[in-house]
Structure formats: C-alpha cells, structure tokens
Design a protein around this ligand. Structure first.
Ligand SMILES: [Fe+2]
Length: 181
C-alpha cells in the first residue's frame, strides 16, 4: 500500500522543524553576539520559500485542504486558520528578506531579522501542532482509501512537476547542514 498522504506531510514536517530549530539557535546567537550570519539565514529563507512553501504548503493548499472542504464543508473553519498561518509565515519571511542586506551596517535590521526568525519559528511550531491535533485527524476521518491513494499520487505529481526533480534531496541536505553547522 502506498504511504498515506498525511504520513508524507509528517515526514516533511521533520525537515521543517530541523530548520525551525536552526532559526531558534540563530536568534540566540544574534542576541548574544549582535551579529547575523547572513549566509545561514539566506539558506533558511531559501529552504522556507522553496521547500516549506513551494513543496509542503503547496501540497496542503492545492490538494489536501480543498479535498477536505469538499468532503465536509465544516472543515473550512480549521482550513482557513491554517491558510492564515501560512500567510503570517510568509509575512515574517518577507520582513527577514527585506532586512537581510542591511544587517552588517544597521542594528535595527539585525533586530528585525532576529524578531522575525523567532516569530516564524514560534508560529510554525504551533501551526504544526495544530495540524497534528486537529487537521490530520480530520483528514484521516474524512478521507477514504481511494481519496488517500489519489492524494498520494497527486503529491508525487506536485513533487515531480512543480517542485522539480532533485529538489527534495537538495533541501533534505540543507536541513541537515543547518542542523550540524
Ligand atoms: Fe504542514
């Protein structure tokens, strides 16, 4: 039997949480040294935009959430909370991207980077917990075997066609590198 779609998302969360932990360490480091490791933060942003958003959130927003709402309109409530949290995350990322070029010269830019890394990390931890406690149990309840098989196949299609071959491996390696450095 193919892997269930929520298991695929759970495995991706493991990588996302590795980068979230790296963000939390970066916040502590910025606070203690008043220095931003701009290359590391740029990698975190690259991961967040292309893997967390481009691969993982795309599967949720384009495939899982609409299917849940189709199966039960009451799923619209939790889904809209998830969507607004994805948006809040994107906003924090935009703030980091905007401040990053100025971190050498500008203390306010260093603060903006630290604050938004912390905000993003906190948001994502709460968000992933909500998915585990509310959304995935809902998906497991609402989706039948056929739905699950179709969704798993669609996830693979997103991965191949939209995310691109080799991308998963690249970000897998990056999450590990950010954890070890
Ligand atoms: Fe997720």
């Amino acid at each position: 039997m193919s892997e269930s779609p929520t298991d695929v998302l759970r495995e991706e969360h493991e990588l996302v949480l590795m980068v979230v932990a790296a963000m939390e360490r970066e916040v502590t480091s910025i606070e203690t040294t008043d220095h931003v490791n701009a290359d590391r933060v740029a990698n975190m942003i690259d991961f967040t935009r292309n893997f967390t958003d481009g691969c993982h959130h795309a599967k949720e927003e384009k495939l899982l959430f609409p299917l849940l709402e189709q199966r039960d309109p009451a799923a619209g409530g939790p889904v809209s909370v998830m969507l607004s949290e994805h948006d809040a995350g994107r906003e924090a990322v935009r703030a980091i991207v905007g401040a990053l070029p100025d971190v050498e010269a500008d203390a306010a830019a260093r603060r903006t980077v630290a604050e938004n890394l912390g905000l993003y990390a906190q948001l994502l931890r709460l968000h992933i917990n909500k998915e585990y406690n509310v959304l995935f149990p809902l998906a497991d309840r609402l989706l039948g075997e056929l739905d699950r098989r179709r969704l798993a196949a669609e996830f693979e299609r997103v991965e191949e066609e939209e995310t691109g071959a080799g991308v998963h491996e690249r970000y897998h390696a990056m999450a590990h590198a950010l954890t070890e450095s």
